[in-house]
Design a protein around this ligand. Sequence first.
Ligand code: DX5
Ligand code: ZN
Length: 215
Amino acid sequence: MSIVAPSLLAADFLKLDAECKMLNESEADWFHLDVMDGRFVPNISFGPMIIEFIRKTTTKVCDVHLMILEPEKYAEAFKKAGADILSVHIEACPHLHRNIQQIKSLGMQAGVAINPHTPIDSLKDVIADIDLVCMMSVNPGFGGQSFIPHTLTRIKELKKLINETGSKAKIEIDGGVTIENAKSIMDAGADVLVAGNTVFKSPNPKETISLLKKM
Ligand code: DX5
Ligand code: ZN
């Protein structure tokens, strides 16, 4: 059974209340919330203010994916907004170990997000300290892109690293997840499926979530 984390980036923001209600009634486990700064990635999405509103609608896990530079400046604001899990990008953090300690000391679970070209091996010295690896299966910045097939090899490599180090980190796959490729992603060793367009553009989002859940 996978953990399903629909990405609100693909939701209709004029109907945010209804979209959150739909997720609450569904089998979705987490709300995946994508924060973009227009600097680390070439797009701007939303920040703590919107997350604070979303937090009020749900008791499900709020999984916040920061695609921003200098995330240490904002970690406290995201905690206050209600984040349960906070992920920072390895490529944006020259002091990654410090970022992880900060997130944990604020009382959140710590995640590290990794771009498609960044070697898995670069996680080796922090893997025992973190709760989640958000493995990008597209280049971050936009929803609705195609899954990069090489990700499947990278999942296996990461799973091996996790097993060897006794880490408790979960593997989350983010970008281009569909009903068609979800099983191969889970078979490779993933724990969490993020899905934006596949869920929100579906004629029956709740049923789509149930299908992803069974993978
Ligand atoms: C991409 C984001 C993803 C995105 C996934 O930068 O991190 O979470 O919303 O969207 P889909 O599932 O549509 O590829
Ligand atoms: Zn994301």
